[in-house]
Design a protein around this ligand. Structure first.
Ligand SMILES: [Cu+2]
Length: 480
């Protein structure tokens, strides 16, 4: 496998960054959006009320990166010009792109050198709320600030008066409001990951100053993206009943009421909420965070009603259903079963993992190799060219993937290039069976998901706690 990948990457390098369209592909009648994304280091005011500026890495000198908006069926042509002091790539989280456009260094492309460029070209078959971030040294590059929202609008979106995007993240700051540069510590890899000490909403310090301006009577769509590298957000809305209309960009056939005690988003996950703002003009309601561990803010922002009279006396009666995308439906009767077991970490049972063909104690693997986790007994470095795939699937195969978490840690597991239906947690059926690309696997939990292996290539399957991914929870699934 690795020999073929090396050859592929060499031929890709020989082709340069310009990946051609498949031979014989029809000239697209769709609209092509040309975008330039330039990652670089620059200073921003995280707190507009403070004179202190913080050095971040982000795109196009905005933090977070710009919200990229497309319509379903568009074609994207995104040129990335790397002005960082490191190699990088950009991965389009949740988009079903061709494998060569997936932005994974050492697997789907060579890293973009400092000063180099890469052209990403792909169609947008799915509408929804997505995001983008590097897959190169992501445990460092993402928390430094390299992330942004990517929205693909539906053909027939539910009618709303406002469509707001909140990119949730955190940042680890010292007293000078500069980033603490302690990336890549094995203690973080082997525990809950490196978390910030300041919560951010759209790149600004969380708190009552972060306002969603509404007018009484309006219907609001709120798109939440957890771009933090290790933090879970548990978010609740004071005084409002919201409906969950999409997970990871994919509309629910039946919208679900948002739990009153909050909704949990693991790193990488998105949720779309729709709510009717029927309170009095001039009133304010908190958007609260009750995740763990507590950070410097528990109020993320507020829903801030203008003093203008209501736009309507009672809530809109139109449907809030987000139309589905055309994702192939797994047939469970003919699906094959595959198992992936996770072990390791600093707590829990002693673990033996295979490294370089030799069984070793995880403590020794940590000390010598900087790896803390195993998947199906193997400890492997992320993006290593010698990576052996976790699974080899046939194109078109219907798959039930059984995930068995033997660790004492919680892991948001993400599959590239595909969406899967969440069938069951701990053997208990999930009646919604919604599509996801990232799912929270609780400590000592089992989770069953199903999908059709439709998209050919070698796809990452990894924990989205980026320190865990760097510490070994990063494997690949080959579809051919
Ligand atoms: Cu994890």
């Amino acid at each position: 496998m690795h020999v073929r990948r090396r050859q592929f990457l060499q031929s890709a390098a020989a082709l340069g960054a310009a990946f051609a369209l498949p031979a014989g592909a029809a000239v697209p009648a769709r609209k092509e959006s040309r975008i330039e994304l330039i990652p670089s280091e620059f200073k921003v005011a995280l707190d507009p009320a403070s004179p202190k500026k913080t050095s971040v890495w982000s795109f196009n000198e905005t933090f977070p990166g710009p919200v990229l908006r497309f319509r379903r069926g568009d074609r994207a042509h995104i040129t990335v010009r790397n002005q960082l002091p490191q190699e990088t790539t950009v991965h389009w989280h949740g988009l079903r792109v061709p494998n060569a456009m997936d932005g994974v260094p050492g697997v789907t492309q060579l890293p973009i050198a400092a000063g180099g460029r890469f052209d990403y070209r792909f169609d947008l078959p799915d509408s929804g709320t997505f995001w983008y971030h590097p897959h190169q040294a992501s445990f460092e590059q993402v928390p430094r600030g390299l992330y942004g929202a990517l929205i693909v609008e539906e053909d027939k979106a539910p009618k709303v008066d406002r469509d707001e995007v909140w990119v949730l993240s955190d940042i680890k700051l010292d007293e000078q409001m500069q980033q603490v540069e302690d990336y890549g510590r094995i203690l973080d890899f082997a525990n809950e990951g490196r978390r910030g000490n300041q919560l951010l909403v759209n790149g600004l310090v969380a708190g009552p100053e972060r306002k969603i301006a509404v007018r009484s009577g309006e219907r609001l769509r709120l798109r939440l993206i957890n771009a933090a590298s290790a933090r879970f957000f548990k978010l609740s809305l004071e005084g409002h009943a919201a409906s969950i209309v999409a997970w990871d960009g994919q509309g629910l056939a039946t919208p679900q009421p948002m739990p009153a005690d909050g909704i949990t988003l693991g790193p990488g996950m998105r949720v779309d909420l729709i709510l009717d703002c029927m309170e009095k003009p001039g009133s304010r309601f908190e958007v609260r965070e009750a995740g763990r561990p507590k950070a410097s803010a528990t109020v993320l922002g507020v829903i801030d009603y203008s003093t203008q009279p209501p736009v309507r006396g009672k809530a809109l009666a139109t449907s809030i259903v987000v139309p589905p995308n055309a994702i192939p439906e797994p047939n469970l009767d003919k699906a094959s079963d595959h198992y992936i077991m996770f072990q390791g970490g600093m707590r829990g049972a002693p673990t033996i993992g295979m490294i370089d063909g030799k069984p070793s104690r995880i403590q020794d693997i940590m000390a010598k190799q900087g790896l803390a986790w195993t998947m199906n007994y193997n400890a492997q470095h992320e993006h290593a060219l010698m990576h052996e795939p976790l699974l080899n699937l046939s194109r078109g195969e219907h798959v039930i993937l059984h995930m068995v978490n033997e660790t004492d840690f919680i892991h948001p597991m993400h599959l590239h290039g595909h969406f899967f239906r969440l069938l069951a947690v701990n053997g208990i059926a999930n009646p919604q069976r919604e599509w996801r690309d990232t799912v929270i696997m609780g400590a000592r939990q089992t989770m069953d998901v199903a999908f059709v292996a439709e998209n050919p290539g070698e796809w990452m399957y990894h924990c989205h706690i980026l320190d865990h991914a760097a510490g070994g929870m990063m494997g690949t699934i080959v579809v051919e």
